[in-house]
Design a protein around this ligand. Sequence first.
Ligand code: FES
Length: 95
Amino acid sequence: MSKLAATDLHFSFDGRPLIAPAGSTVAGALVRNGVSSWRRTRVKGHARGVFCGIGTCFDCLIDVNGERAVRACLRALREGDRLETSSSTGAGPDA
Ligand code: FES
């Protein structure tokens, strides 16, 4: 079990409580907790998570606090964030 630091943030993914260091992106926080995918492609249902890590591929879309299709690699994790497997198909931020 890892030691908690004063700068750790508490968040959840699909209802599961998790912890990550302050300053993490949403993608980084998920990967750090062993989560590698959080949405499915629209045609074949392939699992997707972080790919480019710089905001250009839109593979990492996730739902954050009810906001749909947020790029996990760009969004800073905040205390109490509720992350959910994305209902987006990956065709863009409004998809
Ligand atoms: S991983 Fe490519 S946009 Fe986030």
